[in-house]
Write a protein that binds this ligand. Sequence first.
Ligand SMILES: [Zn+2]
Ligand SMILES: [Zn+2]
Length: 368
Amino acid sequence: MALNIPFHRVNWVNTVFLLIISLLAVVGAPIYLIAHDLSWQLWAMFSFYVIATGMSITLGYHRLFSHLSFKAKWPVRLFTLVFGSCAFENSVLNWASDHRRHHKHVDDDDDPYNIHNGFLWAHMGWILFKVNPEPPLDNVADLRKDKLVMWQHKFDKVIAGVVGLLLPAVVGFFLGGWTMALGGFLVVGALRVFVVQQSTFFINSLCHCVGKRPYSSRCSARDSFLMSLFTFGEGYHNYHHEFQHDYRNGVKPWNFDPTKWAIWTLTKLGLASNLRRVSQTRILLAEMAEARRHTENKLASLEASGAKICETTLKTVKEMQEKLTTAYHELEAQAAQRAEASRETIVRWRAETQNLLDRLSQLRPLPV
Ligand SMILES: [Zn+2]
Ligand SMILES: [Zn+2]
């Protein structure tokens, strides 16, 4: 059966590049690693490049340039622009433009990586095909004012090739001749590009279909602790879509979010400032609103099904729902006055919200 691929729309530059990088990473690098022991210097360089490139995407491309969630001094901007290029994910101007459209039109036709077009489309497909007509870069006027951003936009491919692929090979050569030069190119270059790219791609695919939605089920974005481990904390995607300007993605103190820790550390070093945070009251209100939405939907679907349910549990759930609704409106009015709820209030209503959800999960149709 012939595959129905619109070849006239294939972006051959992106497709051939991704194909070559993937082959070098999943075939070339493993063969090299089996044939040669990788020296600790190359492992150190690999680790540095993974962190520098990965964090330049999460901290720089994403939270700094796309969402303006904090301000950074030029050394941070320059570093993340240079190493961001090394991920081969396009210039920050293009990346931020796509990403801002993703947030504005999430799950819609104008979302460049719309999950409703399928997992593979959201993951990589959207990069392999041209959009006709190409959307204009009309949502990044603020970034155009940054000279460093415009410099990177002009020389993105050169920086990527020289710093991302050539430099590791050159350093390898000086460490141990042609064998280590090949190791630098294959492992620190190709394998590292593949690893960082795939972790970014999984945010657009997996984090829009697997995981929980504690802050809002109005869009497909989900929170995934597992993904946060591989993406420097970007896995808390449900929170991020609800509060995109917060410099934190993992907002709870126990969430694994190295990018937020790095941003906080930069403020202590005087390299970042103006960190944007959503108030605890607003976050709690989002959780309460989602719990109320979930409760209403479940009660409506149980009622529509005509199934017999335990009257006592139903009565308890309805009472809890009513209590939560009253508290929600009080807190909302308080938040409108820009008054922050006390810590005790936040803790209490977060627990009550969870109690309602726990009790709701016990509400099942009784066996006939
Ligand atoms: Zn998303
Ligand atoms: Zn975002």
